[in-house]
Design a protein around this ligand. Structure first.
Ligand code: PHE
Length: 367
């Protein structure tokens, strides 16, 4: 007899009267269960229905047996029906639990297989980029000066006119301010401006520390220039300052020559040309033999054989007065170089805008 029919009827209706016959009925039910359990093993949707069919409270097979076989059983058979039912229940429950564990494990396994990282796949390559040419040049300049005993200090890009001009011996209305006309910052009580050079750090450093001083100052500076192929409104400088009790013009010249040879190569010659800065006396422009023609004259050096590198000079004793240094006892030299200019010269970059357009075709040339 098929399952629902068998358990839908009472034992008396089935003609079961002996304990052996009861056991036979239960054996038949258990075989049917085992049979179905084997077929329903892996599809979990189907599995749910199967579980409910057997253990569902209302019309599950086990409930049916309780209602139809156990409850109405004759007193002689009640005990054996109860025992057989308990055995069947235990069997059903343990098989279901076992199968459920197997189903879950299989599902987990296939999920894990899906998530597994395939180490043989080609990786995602992320370009790490390079240091910008200006940064590279800064590093190179710093390396040279650090190797001869200078240390690096940095200062504010927003300055007061006092540090940018007055303390550097550039009084108001002095013509030396003309080429440094700059950006003033509005809306502040005291006047502020974007520094036009890194020289204010000469003053700030000497104010803070007693001599000797040997510093370089890398940083950004700003001037109200109209951008074109040789100008921007911002560029980079490295300032240098050395002050001690016995620094001479020879030290100045030797340091400058050493620097130029380190930076541009041993064949390059230097010369000092008289110049003027209010905070140095005497002042000089440092020139180097043209890196393109080697000094014979070409278009780049305008046939002169020389290229102007940077401004420099012996510290004007008037400056010491602003920082309480003794001008009788101390002497020193200072220089201020345009880093962009030096980079362009050394690496043959023809135009300033190339440095700031962030075009990777340009940047990649300086790995
Ligand atoms: N500060 C000057 C400039 O920007 C350069 C300079 C620095 C000259 C130090 C002499 C000494 O033009």
């Amino acid at each position: 007899m098929a399952m629902p029919d068998l358990t839908a009827q009472k034992l008396s209706q089935l003609g079961i009267t002996s304990p052996e016959a009861v056991a036979g009925c239960f054996a038949q039910v258990q075989r049917a269960f085992d049979d179905q359990a084997a077929r329903h093993c892996l599809d979990s949707g189907d599995w749910r229905a199967f579980v409910i069919k057997w253990t569902g409270r209302k019309s599950g097979v086990l409930s049916q047996i309780t209602d139809n076989w156990l409850k109405p059983a004759s007193p002689e058979l009640k005990r054996v029906v109860g025992q057989e039912l308990n055995k069947l229940k235990t069997h059903v429950e343990s098989v279901l639990a076992e199968r459920e564990t197997a189903i879950k494990a299989a599902a987990e396994q296939s999920a894990a297989a899906r998530d597994k990282i395939d180490l043989s796949l080609p990786g995602i390559e992320r370009a790490i980029g390079t240091r910008h040419l200006i940064r590279q040049t800064f590093d190179e300049l710093q390396r040279i000066f650090l190797s001869i005993g200078f240390s690096v200090v940095e200062g504010p890009e927003i300055e007061t006119p006092y540090y940018n001009f007055e303390a550097l011996n550039i009084p108001e209305h002095h013509p030396a301010r003309d080429n440094m006309d700059t950006f003033y910052i509005e809306g502040t009580r005291a006047p502020y401006l974007l520094r036009t050079h890194t020289s204010p750090m000469q003053i700030r450093t000497m104010e803070k520390q007693p001599p000797p001083v040997r510093i370089i100052v890398p940083g950004k500076v700003y001037r109200r220039d109209n951008p074109d192929s040789t100008h921007g409104y911002m560029f980079h400088q490295i300032e240098g300052l050395a002050v001690d009790t016995d620094i001479t013009f020879c030290d100045f010249k030797g340091t400058v020559e050493y620097f130029v040879r380190e930076f541009l190569g041993p064949k390059v010659k230097t010369r000092l040309r008289p110049s003027f800065f209010p905070f140095t006396e005497p002042s000089a422009e440092v020139d180097a033999t043209c890196h393109v023609c080697g000094g014979t004259g070409c278009r780049v050096c305008k046939q002169s054989g020389w290229i102007e590198l940077f401004g420099a000079g012996m510290v004007n004793p008037a400056v010491y007065g602003f920082v309480n240094y003794d001008p009788e006892r101390l002497s020193g030299f200072a220089f201020g170089m345009g880093v962009d200019r030096l980079a362009m010269m050394k690496y043959g970059v023809p135009e300033v805008p190339l440095l700031f357009q962030n075009d990777v075709r340009f940047l990649r040339q300086f790995p």
